[in-house]
Design a protein around this ligand. Structure first.
Ligand code: ATP
Ligand code: MG
Length: 566
């Protein structure tokens, strides 16, 4: 029943500063009109909504300007990387709607070339083996306003450097005992240019190259050259890499055999309030059991958002709305939720679901009678048609739609008042039964007016309240999981003096059992999405089975947080 290929109403037409660079480069005929980008994830965790910003840009630009986008795994650290992550990254990119075709590459594809390049740098006196431990090297780096100190190994003869580097790669030395460094300049204000480390010793096997290597290139020594080897024309990355650019350029200068070089353009990261995006911390949440895995619907991971019921179109829409700039900012997670609502509004059928059931008995409706009432699937879109919903003498309504002593302007059900059951009849509350011990209302007794059935021949009678309902004899039981923000602090991970765990929202998951849903939902499949009328958007969880339906609430109908914070 879900609708595909629909565009929500709001649209942005402007071109980002990055696109403007691309347009200019094309106009100037750079790279013979070639546009080639890449998305370079490190396979050490699951992708999150922040990565979506990079993915939409890298793949989006290529698509829009007739170019190509490579998927390149930056697998330079064998210790933290796993196949599980590679598979999940591929699944998530496809789900977002992008395709790298046959261009799946790995930085490890270039380990041989990079090693040769390092040897070349040594031969040219531009790299040396440093025997000092990491903390000493880091101390000698100085500060941006204070020059660094040259390593005592900086003037090591070429032959000795070569021999040591090869022996490092033979596994002769312990991890951490030696590194290969570039010999650039220990006095330049750019800290990244102060003889950066190029290679370190790691003895763990690599998921693709096994035991071939005992030295591994640093990310900075692999990234720019990998772009160059793949013919990347535009290397789009986040702002923190701006200060690395001179180093990448220096490497390409040393490597260069022709006029071509990738153009690096930096943009602002996606930061969301009430969310943390660090892969390391997300891994902690998973490992410490604070969430139920990487795809827990409260996680900002793409697999988590997918399970929560976020459509990929809504994520793309949100990324489009926030745009790309040169200024770091924190985006409001409400805007993401707004994009999700806007998308689900046009895409999902409306159905009836009762989360906290209260039985209503219609005393003047024949006990054995069942009527099929016709309900519009989506008032925003006639083409989504109608469906039949059974109506009988006993229905469930949501408990909060009835009040024994209602306040003024309560237009729902109360003793003596009338409401319409959506798509069916107007009913009037005649009395109710209350458990005197517990004070809980167990049943509401109503009468219905046969002349008020929704449709062409309904009487003119009007009431102020319309309720959703489910026929008690036909309802299917379901478990419904209500999610709220995982953190109750705007910037949970941004406070140095405080642990983010302190800001975990204790009410981020509420499980409701015994919810009653209209029978059409019995056949709903995993990830099918619906609007439960008046309640919000819901989606079928992976754990759902035909005899035990489980729905996740994707998002409520309105932004309740915005209201509460006012
Ligand atoms: P790590 O700290 O492990 O490097 P990372 O978030 O940078 O984490 P990568 O796998 O290196 O993870 O990221 C792949 C690409 O996604 C990079 O080009 C990076 O710039 C981009 N990216 C990561 N996080 C964000 C974000 N929050 N907003 C926009 N782009 C991001
Ligand atoms: Mg990174």
């Amino acid at each position: 029943m879900m609708k595909e290929n629909k565009e929500p109403v709001t649209k942005s037409e402007s071109v980002s500063f990055i696109e403007q660079f691309i347009i200019d480069d094309l106009k100037e005929g750079k790279n013979n009109g070639r546009i080639h980008t890449r998305f370079p994830p490190e396979p050490n965790g699951y992708l999150h909504i922040g990565h979506a910003k990079a993915i939409c840009l890298d793949f989006g630009i290529a698509k829009k300007y007739g170019g190509k986008c490579n998927l390149r795994f930056d697998d330079t650290n064998p210790v933290k990387e796993e196949i599980e992550y590679i598979d999940s990254i591929k699944e998530d990119i496809r789900w977002l709607g992008f395709d790298w075709e046959e261009r799946e590459f790995y930085a490890s594809d270039y380990f041989g070339k990079l090693f040769d390049f390092a040897v070349d740098l040594i031969n040219r006196g531009l790299a040396y083996v440093d025997d000092q431990p990491a903390d000493v090297i880091s101390e000698q780096k100085g500060t941006p306003t204070q020059a660094g100190i040259e390593s005592p190994f900086r003037k090591r003869p070429v032959a000795e450097n070569l021999e040591l580097f090869y022996r490092m790669n033979e596994g002769e030395f312990e991890e951490g005992s030696r590194v290969l460094r570039a010999r650039i300049d220990m006095t330049t204000p750019n800290m990244h240019m102060r003889d950066p480390i190029l290679y370190r010793i790691i003895k763990s096997p690599h998921h693709r190259t096994g035991d071939t290597w005992k030295v591994y290139p640093m990310y900075d020594f692999a990234h720019g050259q990998s772009d160059y080897f793949e013919g990347i024309t535009h290397s789009l990355c986040t702002l923190e890499f701006e200060v690395h650019r001179p180093l990448y350029d220096w490497f390409i200068d040393q490597l260069k055999t022709n006029d071509y070089r990738p153009r690096q353009i930096e943009f602002n990261r996606l930061n969301l309030n009430y969310t943390m995006m660090s892969k390391r911390k997300l891994l902690e949440l998973v490992q410490e059991g604070r969430v139920n895995g990487w795809d827990d619907p409260r996680m900002p991971t793409l697999c988590g958002l997918r399970r929560r019921g976020y459509p990929p179109e809504a994520i793309r829409r949100f990324i489009d709305l926030i745009g790309y700039t040169k200024v770091e900012a924190i985006n409001d997670v409400s805007l993401l939720e707004h994009a999700v609502r806007e998308d689900l509004n046009i895409r999902t059928p409306r159905v009836f679901g009762v989360l906290d059931p209260l039985k209503v008995v219609i005393t003047n409706y024949p006990e054995d009678k069942v009527e099929e009432v016709e309900i519009i699937n989506n008032p925003e879109d006639e083409s989504m048609g109608t469906r039949k919903v059974p109506f009988s003498n006993e229905v469930y309504i949501d408990r909060e739609d009835f009040m024994e002593n209602p306040p003024h302007k309560f237009f729902r059900l109360a003793p003596g008042t009338e409401v319409r059951l959506k798509g069916a009849y107007i009913i009037k509350c005649e009395s109710f039964r209350k458990n005197e011990k517990t004070g809980i209302i167990e049943e509401v007794l109503c009468t219905y007016d046969p002349a008020t059935r929704s449709g062409e021949h309904a009487s003119e009678k009007k009431v102020k309240g319309t309720l959703h309902w489910v026929s008690a004899n036909h309802a299917v039981d379901a478990e419904v999981r209500l999610y709220d923000r995982l953190f109750n602090h705007e910037d949970p991970a941004g406070r140095k003096d405080d642990d983010y765990r302190k800001f975990l929202n204790p009410d981020s998951l509420k499980v409701l059992k015994g919810c009653k849903l209209e029978p059409s939902l019995r056949s709903a499949k995993h990830l099918d999405k619906f609007q439960f009328q008046r309640l919000g958007y819901f989606c079928v969880d992976y754990d759902s089975k035909p005899d035990h339906l489980i729905f996740n609430r994707t998002v409520s109908l309105k932004d309740t947080w915005a209201k509460m914070n006012k």
